[in-house]
Design a protein around this ligand. Structure first.
Ligand code: ADP
Length: 259
């Protein structure tokens, strides 16, 4: 049985096709803002990879900020639940999920069964989200994937003290003007995101095992800075950005079994 999960985020659209609720047979990440054709492109991509059509899909669950914009879904489920399901599937002992996406950051507390117990969220401010990193990468003329490599080269990470993205942008520009090494600036930027998210995480309380989901999890600079801030090891899987879509696909499978 094939099930489809689509996760329509602020910045990217993700799709995962699962076979029998356990094997990922296709996945896609399209960088496109909610409200555009991103989700259709992600779905077309996973269908093409598997030679399936929508009629072969037993059930579809849409999740994410833009889940209401996808008409072909059988169910719509919050991204909190889907990230919890996806993270529990990949890391069965996980109790804290730190999800940093393009426009918000969330920290989820799970019980031993992997169900959501509690959460805190920052969706009011770009600092501590992928948006902050996108803005900074743009100023530094770096690709988002390069931030990790640069941060790893830092000798003396710069202090980025502004908590506001707009002020932090000026701060970064003045650091560069003063001759601060780019690697040190990038490490300072990663530390700044980690500090913001760590204070969110402390509000919910950290229970181990901890994992990261969402696109920013792909940045080792932020991951390691968060590990340092929180004093825990953070589990990471290369499917981190797909965790919501994966959880949605698992949810679709469970619903199909109970039909
Ligand atoms: P959403 O679901 O809100 O669309 P995602 O979880 O897909 O967000 O994450 C998108 C964010 O992930 C973007 O802001 C992007 O900058 C960030 N991102 C993706 N890959 C990396 C990377 N290698 N390093 C840092 N940030 C990354």
């Amino acid at each position: 049985m094939f099930t489809l999960g689509v996760d329509i985020g602020s910045t990217t659209a993700k799709a995962v096709i699962l076979q029998d609720g356990k094997d990922i047979v296709a996945s896609s990440i399209i960088v496109a803002t909610v409200g555009t054709s991103g989700v259709q492109r992600a779905v077309e991509d996973v269908l093409k990879q598997t030679n399936l059509t929508l009629s072969d899909i037993e059930a579809t669950v849409a999740t994410g900020y833009g889940r209401q914009t996808y008409d072909d879904a059988d169910y719509q489920v919050s991204e909190l639940s889907c990230h919890a399901i996806g993270a529990h599937f990949v890391f069965p002992s996980v109790r804290t999920v730190i999800d940093i996406g393009g426009q918000d950051a969330k920290v989820l507390a799970l019980n031993e069964q992997g169900q959501l117990d509690n959460f805190v969220m920052n969706d009011k401010c770009a600092a501590g989200t992928g948006r902050f990193l996108d803005v900074m990468a743009n100023i530094l003329n770096l690709k988002i994937d390069d931030l990790e490599v640069e941060a790893a080269k830092a000798q003396h990470p710069a202090q980025i003290s502004s908590t506001c993205t707009v002020f932090a942008e000026s701060e970064v520009i003045s650091q560069l003007a003063n001759g601060t090494d780019i690697a040190d600036v990038v490490a300072g930027i990663c530390n700044s995101v980690a500090t913001r998210v760590a204070s969110l995480a402390r509000r919910v309380g950290i229970r181990e095992e901890v994992c990261m989901t969402g696109g920013v999890a792909n940045n080792g600079g932020v991951r390691h800075a968060l590990e340092h801030e929180l004093g825990v090891t953070i589990a990471y899987d290369e499917k981190a950005q797909l965790m919501g879509a994966l959880g949605a696909s698992i949810y679709a499978f469970k619903k199909s079994l109970n039909k």
